[in-house]
Design a protein around this ligand. Structure first.
Ligand SMILES: CC(C)(COP(=O)(O)OP(=O)(O)OC[C@H]1O[C@@H](n2cnc3c(N)ncnc32)[C@H](O)[C@@H]1OP(=O)(O)O)[C@@H](O)C(=O)NCCC(=O)NCCS
Length: 210
């Protein structure tokens, strides 16, 4: 069975949404089809799927903002988890980001999602010990988000230490930049989930951020 990694095609949409749902990555406040449509307009070549005989078995989105690379929505089909596919997909993202001149990759994982943190640590990612902030600019439920300060609904109090900020420098030493937290505050990121199929690891459920 040969697994092929290639850029996402519009005809993959429903399979990718089903994959994300099977991995617990979809949450009510993030419409995955809207997320896919947005990604089609910004660095679509960094939206990858892995297929086996045309069936989508893994997917993920990456982006480079000119300072840092980001990875979101990484998912491997539950029946294929633990077979090295997540590592392959991340290696491809790192290759593409390095080719763009990206010096460092950041991503966010719920602090309680120890299994996914272990996965990223196995790939060389380390905790940046930063607080991750976010602000919704466009609501996916059809309502108009107001961004002018006086009209923006008061956000919930920041609950610290619920998100781990992991990063890797593909070309050298891991470095934590004071600007990383600022980047996190302006870029909505969704990257945490349910990890369920590794028989050697206890299952755990977490709530995605974003
Ligand atoms: C997280 C996920 C993408 C990992 O993909 P995967 O294909 O299962 O991982 P791989 O088989 O490529 O594992 C790569 C390395 O991570 C390690 N690893 C993976 N899961 C692990 C776990 N639960 N605990 C410890 N190590 C783990 C593996 O041992 C492997 O290391 P090795 O090559 O040195 O043996 C996949 O489990 C998944 O889709 N989970 C649900 C969705 C999710 O949580 N996405 C992350 C959003 S932030």
């Amino acid at each position: 069975m040969e697994t092929v990694i290639r850029p996402f095609r519009p005809t993959d949409t429903e399979a990718v949404v089903a994959l994300w749902e099977s991995c617990g990555l979809v949450r009510p406040w993030n419409d995955p089809r809207r997320d896919i449509a947005r990604k089609a307009t910004v660095q679509p070549e960094l939206f990858l799927v892995a297929t086996d005989r045309e069936a989508v078995v893994a997917a993920g989105m990456a982006g480079f903002d000119g300072h840092r690379g980001w990875v979101n929505y990484l998912a491997v089909s539950p029946d294929r988890q633990g077979s090295g596919l997540g590592r392959r997909l991340m290696a491809e993202f790192e290759r593409l980001l390095t080719d763009l001149g990206c010096p460092k990759v950041n991503l966010q994982v719920r602090a309680s999602n120890e299994q996914v943190i272990a996965f990223y640590e196995a790939l060389g990612y380390a905790d940046d010990h930063t607080v991750s902030l976010g602000k919704r600019l466009i609501a996916d439920d059809g309502t108009e988000a107001r961004t002018d300060a006086g009209l923006t609904p008061r956000p919930e109090p920041i609950r610290r230490r619920t998100v781990r900020h992991l990063s890797v420098d593909p070309g050298g030493q891991d470095t934590a930049s004071p600007t990383d937290a600022a980047n996190a505050s302006t870029i909505p990121v969704v990257c945490s989930a349910v990890s369920r199929s590794r028989s050697t690891m206890p299952a755990s459920t977490t709530v995605p951020i974003g």
